[in-house]
Write a protein that binds this ligand. Sequence first.
Ligand SMILES: *[C@@H]1O[C@H](CO)[C@@H](O)[C@H](O)[C@H]1NC(C)=O
Ligand SMILES: *[C@@H]1O[C@H](CO)[C@@H](O)[C@H](O)[C@H]1NC(C)=O
Ligand SMILES: *[C@@H]1O[C@H](CO)[C@@H](O)[C@H](O)[C@H]1NC(C)=O
Length: 766
Amino acid sequence: QIFTQPINKRRFMAIFFWACFVLAMPVTYGDLSYSVAEEMRLHSIIGNIAKDLGLNVRTISSRKARLDFEDTNKRYCDINLATGDLIASERIDREALCENKASCVLKADLMMENPLELHRVSLNVQDVNDNSPTFKNNLNHIEIQESTERGSRFSIEEAHDADIGQNGVQRYVLQKNENFILSSGNNKVELVLENKLDREKQKDMNLTLTAYDGGSPQRSGTVVIQITVLDTNDNAPVFSQTVYKASLPENALLDTVVLKVSASDADEGVNGEVTYDLGHNSKSDVFSIDSLTGEIRVNGQIDFEEKTSFQFRVEAKDGLGLSSYTKVTIDLTDINDNAPIINIKSLSNQIPENAPPGAEVGIIHVQDRDSGINSKVRCLIQQNVPFKLMPSFKNYYSLVTTEQLDRELVSDYNITITATDEGSPPLSSSKTVHLTVADINDNPPVFEEQSYSAYVTENNKPGSTLCSVAARDPDWRQNGTVVYSLLPGEVNGAPVSSYVSVNGDTGVIHAVRAFDYEHFRSFKVHVMARDNGSPPLSSNVTVNLFISDVNDNSPQILYPTPEGNSFMTELNAWLSYHIVKSTDPGLFTIGLHSGEIRTQRDISESDSMKQNLIVAVKDNGQPPLSATCSMYLLISDNLAEVPELKDISYDERDSKLTSYLIIALVSVSTFFLTFIIIVLGVRFCRRRKPRLLFDGAVAIPSGYLPPNYADVDGTGTLRSTYNYDGYMTTGSRTSDFKFVSSYNDNTLPMYTCHVLLQFFPFSCQS
Ligand SMILES: *[C@@H]1O[C@H](CO)[C@@H](O)[C@H](O)[C@H]1NC(C)=O
Ligand SMILES: *[C@@H]1O[C@H](CO)[C@@H](O)[C@H](O)[C@H]1NC(C)=O
Ligand SMILES: *[C@@H]1O[C@H](CO)[C@@H](O)[C@H](O)[C@H]1NC(C)=O
């Protein structure tokens, strides 16, 4: 190539002509050699052949000198036959002809005719710096790990310069930078890492590498080396804070987010992906961390009372395992979640009832596991008990009595102690203690009455009960157990104990002997009731005893005989008889004073065969005494039916005797029948009235009167009006008559007799 710049061209021409002058010397052996600069301008004169061969210009022209180039049909030069000059006629490019050979010679034959003459012509093509160094690409891309060590080398393809020698690439210059220096030589161009790369500081860099040749003027070529720093996991995650702090109310719900830690990693991709975890020594079931978001959540029960603050480490880790740690402090705040606890430190469960007011009966300790105001506890007990709580040091209270106790009024207390803290809302708890009041013998026995009176009939049985006294003692057990005793005293000069005795346990007073109304009519005894306490307490009572003469004889049924074969002929008083109860109330009457039982009307067949009467007899005494007798009557017209008597008898115990009596009765009846039929049958032949079988007086021998009745009336005989028209049935005498004689017994004496009536069915005509 030819320089086109005017200033360079002129300079080049000067060098060119100088070279032609030196090099274009004639070859004496007939060979010609010329030095020719490549890229010479066409038609420029390389040399003068005529002069170099020592020939005349005309000769050259006439002998038709011409050049033939070997191995090519290109004609690089021609001979100007007019002047004999060798003229460049075609572009000569050394790089095309000889590439990078050190010497580049074009050879041609110079032929002249007439005579044929051959000369060899050599054209030494001289290099001209017409090529710049070039790189293969304009952009050279290199990826380098940022972790690459210092001194590492990165080859760059060399620049190429078609020129040779000094005109070839002589040196390289790298754009100034912080990391790389250039190392060239030995056909190698290398970037040497002088300072370590940091992707995080500079990820990409473009360095310009310039290659210079040694020509003059110098030529150069550049390449841009684009360096991409590849990430290495050389950055650990970095937390946004070195210490994280949070406060959390205790009992926070599960999954509550407490705080969020965050760490960033300058690396990229997986090297910068941060995951979080709790430090290995901080693993707990209380908190959990979201490995992706860094949120710390409540994962379990947190109790301020167990732990007031948590400290643990959180690890942030990037994808390839670089980690860093931060400290997390979570302080809990107290919530009033613990009710106060009442501890009974000591309790005397038996308080003597004479304990003075203010006596300490127990010590109570109250605690609340919460803190601050939540643990401030007030303690009280219910109003209506004679106790109070006295605050002592710290959370201790004394339970003391406020007044004198009385076991006989209230024997035990249930005291409910309530403790309330001052949290909001306040919590409280309560405990009930049971206190028993122990007995003291502070109550003497007290008689139920101020004094007692007893009335005794004279001639009482020794040992009979006169009356009883009772005293009460509300004290407990032996302190309330009452023992009765007579206080010593005298009655008519004899010790009182010879008259009466008292049962120590029951307080029943018994007569020791029979009293005599004529001897004395009243006396007093003093009974003491004493409890078994120690010392015992006692009290006295007066018992007045009155001896009296009383109506102690009851009326008695004279006949049938109440007892044995004795008869009662006279009664103490005016007796009156009544039918209390009868089977047919209109059938029988009884004489008020005679005691005669009569029929009131005719007995008909429609009347019941069996009649039952209860007869009461009453005396005129004050109070009146009475006795009753039940009579069983059998109305029959056929004495063969008499055995039916058995059926109406309420007592069949002595059936044998009964049957004897029936036999006797039947005999007597037969006798009477005959007699009456004969004597009266004619007089009352038209009469068909049934009659009482035993219509007639039966004299009762006075000798049958009971002996003890003799004194009552003094007569010793029974008037005829007292005779009964009736027969006793069997068993009556022995068993049906019961004689009850207790003077203070109000039951009526009861007698039972059976009477048999015969119905006469015949008439006068028959
Ligand atoms: C105290 O409590 C006990 C048990 O609950 C009960 O049997 C007793 O009657 C109570 N006493 C009083 C005085 O309330
Ligand atoms: C009876 O009272 C006394 C004190 O007067 C006392 O020491 C004793 O324990 C009491 N007895 C009972 C059974 O309570
Ligand atoms: C009981 O009687 C005794 C003896 O007479 C007497 O000393 C005492 O004071 C009496 N006590 C009462 C409570 O009346």
